[in-house]
Design a protein around this ligand. Structure first.
Ligand SMILES: [Zn+2]
Length: 211
C-alpha cells in the first residue's frame, strides 16, 4: 500500500483514519486544505460543508452543478453554497472520478431500495458529525461524493458503477471561507458504490506552507 499520499507540506492540524462506516467533522479556516486519501482503493467518501461563521449557509449541489456547468467534479472544481458563496476548490486529484449528483445514502432510501431498516448510512453519519455544532439531520446538505463512479449515459440514465480509485489516491479541497466540514466514510454495501467492501480512509487537514 502506498504510504506517501498523506505527505503534505506545512502544518498538520488533524491526521485521522476514518474507519469503515464512520465519520468526522472539523473546523477548517480559509486557505487550509482537507486531503482525503483512499487507503485501499474503491472507497467512496461524502463531504459536505457549512459556513463556519454562519452555519445556515451550506453546500448546494444545484448551485455547484450550475456554476461549474459540469456534473463530474475534477481538478479545479468549485463547491458553492446555497447563497452561491465559494466554499472549497478541488486543488489536487489523483483519481479523476467523482460525483456531484448522487446525493447520499439514507435509512429511507436503503429501506425503499433494499428492504432493510436501520442501516448505517451517510445522512445519519453527517448528522452525527455536526451534532456538536447544534445542527440537525435536516440541516445537512447533500454532499459531493469523492471517488464515486456514476457515469451518465447520453440518454440521461445512470447507474452506480465500481469506483476506479486505487490505493493511495487522494483529493485535496482548499477552503475558500471558514468552514465546518463533515465527512462520511460511506457505509453502503448493498450496491457497487464501494465495490461491496467497506474500507478505512484517511483525512489530513493541514495548513499549507506559504509559497
Ligand atoms: Zn453513503
Amino acid at each position: 500500500m502506498p504510504n506517501d499520499s498523506a505527505q503534505v507540506s506545512g502544518e498538520v492540524i488533524l491526521d485521522r483514519i476514518v474507519e469503515p462506516q464512520e465519520y468526522l467533522a472539523c473546523e477548517v479556516r480559509r486557505g487550509e486544505v482537507v486531503r482525503i486519501v483512499d487507503l485501499e482503493g474503491q472507497q467512496v467518501v461524502g463531504l459536505t460543508c457549512f459556513n463556519l461563521d454562519r452555519l445556515d449557509e451550506k453546500l448546494s449541489s444545484p448551485n455547484t452543478l450550475g456554476l461549474n456547468r459540469q456534473i463530474y467534479p475534477g481538478l479545479g472544481y468549485k463547491l458553492y453554497s446555497d447563497e452561491a458563496g465559494l466554499m472549497m476548490t478541488m486543488t489536487a486529484d489523483t483519481c479523476g472520478t467523482h460525483s456531484m449528483i448522487a446525493g447520499a445514502c439514507s435509512s429511507f432510501t436503503n429501506e425503499l431500495r433494499y428492504g432493510e431498516k436501520h442501516t448505517r448510512n451517510c445522512r445519519d453519519n453527517f448528522a452525527s458529525a455536526v451534532k456538536a455544532w447544534g445542527l440537525g439531520w435536516k440541516d445537512v446538505a447533500y454532499p459531493i461524493n469523492i471517488f464515486m463512479n456514476l457515469p451518465v449515459a447520453a440518454d440521461g440514465r445512470y447507474e452506480i458503477d465500481l469506483p476506479t480509485s486505487k490505493a493511495g489516491d487522494f483529493v485535496d479541497f482548499t477552503a475558500e471561507m471558514n468552514l465546518l466540514v463533515a465527512i462520511s466514510n460511506c457505509p453502503q454495501d448493498k450496491n457497487k458504490v464501494n465495490a461491496f467492501k467497506l474500507k478505512a480512509v484517511r483525512v489530513v487537514h493541514h495548513k499549507p506552507a506559504p509559497l
